[in-house]
Ligand binder design. Sequence first.
Ligand SMILES: NC(=O)c1ccc[n+]([C@@H]2O[C@H](COP(=O)([O-])OP(=O)(O)OC[C@H]3O[C@@H](n4cnc5c(N)ncnc54)[C@H](O)[C@@H]3O)[C@@H](O)[C@H]2O)c1
Length: 436
Amino acid sequence: MKVSIFGMGYVGAVTAGCLARNGHTVVGVDPDARKLDFIRQGKAPILEDGVEDLMREAVESGRLTVTDSCADAIEQTDLSLVCVGTPSAPDGSLGLMYVTKVCEEIGQAITKKGSRHTVVIRSTVVPGTTLKVLKPILEEHAGGPAGEKFGLAMNPEFLREGTSIKDFYAPPYTVVGTDDEDVFKQVCELYNESGGEELRCTIPAAESIKYACNLFHATKITFANEVGTVCKAAGVDSREVMGIVCQDTKLNISDKYMKPGFAFGGSCLPKDMRAFSSVGRANNTPVAMFDSILKSNRDQIDRAAERIMALGSRQVAMMGVSFKEGTDDLRESPLITLAEILIGKGYDLAIYDPNVEYASLFGSNKRFIEQTLPHLKRALVSAEVALKHGKTVIFGHKHEVFTPLVSQVREDQAVFDLVGMCGPEDVKGSYEGLYW
Ligand SMILES: NC(=O)c1ccc[n+]([C@@H]2O[C@H](COP(=O)([O-])OP(=O)(O)OC[C@H]3O[C@@H](n4cnc5c(N)ncnc54)[C@H](O)[C@@H]3O)[C@@H](O)[C@H]2O)c1
């Protein structure tokens, strides 16, 4: 395939060399004359193991050439990868000056070329940028709509500096955000099966996946370091601790606890967060991320309450109230906190939970509910009564007992789904998912 790559920085240079090695004809574009000279001489514009050899091989094979002319590059190729920098703006937002400028230039060059061209955004951009900012710029300058004058995709890069060539040939997967099947196939063809599993999604999802991955990595590092901080304070070798933590691939290094849904609660997680963080504080080594987690978790509940209140009706049915399905444990249940907020604001709540029967509660569970939500006794009703009562129906558990209730939701009812119990197509009334 004939490919142009805009931006000969870390990502662009490595991508150019690897695609040339894969047999593609590559034109690299960059306004930096020094970088272009380096590459023309078969030298690497960046310092990294293997990149010098990669560039020399690509240039000597004749499969990699470079230019500062956007028009020439578009004219000579079928597909362009945009790999220009997206640095932080002074206020922390994303600096789009390079990526908007390059889209302007590419759009103009497509008009000049006069035939369809595929534009693939590889730079990291926040969700919404490609469709709301870059697509209109391309359409304006290419003189016509996406899909007609040009194909558009978002294809995030997963390489890491230091191991970029290795990462290019063994990425976790190839993610292509596009609504165009032909563009999807064209982008996948670029990687000649070196891209791992090919996954198609929407453009904003592709943009978000890149951020979710990087934020997860940053969170993992901070997590391990905060465990280290507290362990050190307690005289424990955290390498031993984290080594064993990572051996649990069932709950720890797995997709468990990794689905967007409602806040956590129960008798262990909140208590243990507080206790572990307090060891850090007691030793003058506070752990900022762990300290902020319970606040963030509470924000989840407050925001859900605000959205439920915004639905407009004061008559609310809550399906599920224990801290998770399959238990009657109400201690520190986020659904109890949600019920407490709504009742406190004067909302009329009817609650159904197949596992919670007030008369059967005892011990610390009973004491907790008597102290936090004595109204629960009055609010607990049968499924039928709850469903009849609520103008807003909250699904707080994904419980099979609730499945027949979904189809009984009336047209005048609004479902607020905290757990992915159903979808808009399953209910007669309106539907709002927590994060979907
Ligand atoms: N560096 C990484 O490891 C990495 C990994 C994955 C994703 N990313 C993302 O990829 C993008 C590129 O990152 P980078 O580190 O390679 O950036 P970089 O700053 O090293 O390189 C960007 C290049 O783009 C060039 N450029 C600017 N305007 C241009 C234009 N109009 N036409 C052509 N070229 C132009 C610059 O001269 C520069 O050489 C960023 O969005 C970054 O967040 C980076």
